[in-house]
Design a protein around this ligand. Structure first.
Ligand SMILES: O=C(O)CCC(=O)C(=O)O
Length: 292
């Protein structure tokens, strides 16, 4: 059973619904951060089958990404199944239950120049629904100059953007004609309502899977290790998309169109209340791209 998260301020929940992103200060206790830090070292020493090394050979720093390792890295499993994180996500998504979708680790060692391209997550993901979010947990102090940035309210634009490759900032080939190319946000920064924070260990950022975001490189002499927990709520369904999918659908996934509930996407939190208010009527409807 997960540790208790306590009640979240209604203003914070409203802010998440309106902005598609919120920063929770001091939400993750030091013992959980220490556990995740051990897990990240374990992961760096033993990368999984999907690990990515985004920094070109010979370039300074090191941008490492990996995901879907929680079943083999006990520190990740312990955090995801037993920390208060899932309950925090339930409150923000106004969901009566939370499934673990996966975890994603993004490490930028000192001197890393590669930015994280502007993108939003759901077009990459095998999940439909509005109650889908990420919790980005820094394990180091992250000043705003190296922190992820978000476009406030972009989860409500009703547009699904073509997934971008992190390695070269080019679009993945897509078979979905409804996806459009991500705008060049950095060329027109004044045109967007950008938001980011100076972050201390213990803080975390929770963002909707359709909120556009990106991150600078890490030219600083300190590490920028981040653990992102991806969660789904009541309305989420597992789907196969017609083109590129990341993470790839696991062998033991539920059937396309089904609830997420399965060994690979376990229910991690159930509210003691019978039900929560449905967010479906409170959001601008997002389109659902064709399923395979
Ligand atoms: O950590 C980063 O650089 C980007 C994070 C991100 O894109 C994500 O968690 O979806």
């Amino acid at each position: 059973m997960a540790a208790e998260a306590g009640s979240m301020a209604p203003d914070t929940i409203e802010q998440y619904a309106a902005q598609g992103v919120v920063c929770l200060r001091g939400a993750i206790e030091p013992r959980w951060l220490a556990l995740l830090a051990r897990g990240v070292e374990h992961n760096l020493a033993e990368p999984g089958p999907f690990a990515k090394h985004y920094t070109p050979a010979g370039a300074p720093g090191y941008f490492f990404g990996d995901y879907c390792n929680w079943r083999r890295i006990p520190e990740y499993r312990e955090f995801l199944l037993h920390s208060p994180a899932a309950e925090l996500a339930a409150q923000l998504m106004r969901s009566s239950r939370v499934n673990l979708f996966h975890e994603h680790v993004l490490v930028k060692e000192p001197g890393t120049l590669e930015p994280t391209p502007w993108h939003h997550d759901q077009p990459y993901w095998t999940v439909d629904g509005i109650q889908v979010c990420s919790m980005w947990i820094p394990l180091d102090p992250v000043p705003r100059e190296t922190a992820p940035e978000f476009i406030r309210g972009s989860h409500r634009w009703g547009v699904w953007y073509t997934p971008r490759r992190f390695v070269d900032n080019q679009d993945h080939p897509s078979d979905d004609p409804s996806f459009v190319a991500v705008p060049d946000v950095n060329a027109h920064r004044n045109a967007y309502d950008l938001i980011s924070w100076d972050l201390a260990p213990g803080d975390c950022i929770v963002f909707h899977a359709l909120t556009l975001h990106g991150a600078p490189g890490n030219p600083l002499p300190q590490r920028r290790r981040a653990f992102a927990a991806r969660w789904t709520g009541d309305d989420a369904r597992f789907v196969l998309r017609p083109g590129f999918m990341s993470p790839p659908p696991p062998d033991d996934a539920p059937a396309s169109g089904s609830l997420m509930d399965s060994e690979v996407f376990p229910v991690v939190y159930r509210s003691p209340n019978i039900c929560c208010s449905s967010p479906v009527t409170e959001h601008t409807p997002t389109h659902s791209p064709p399923r395979r």
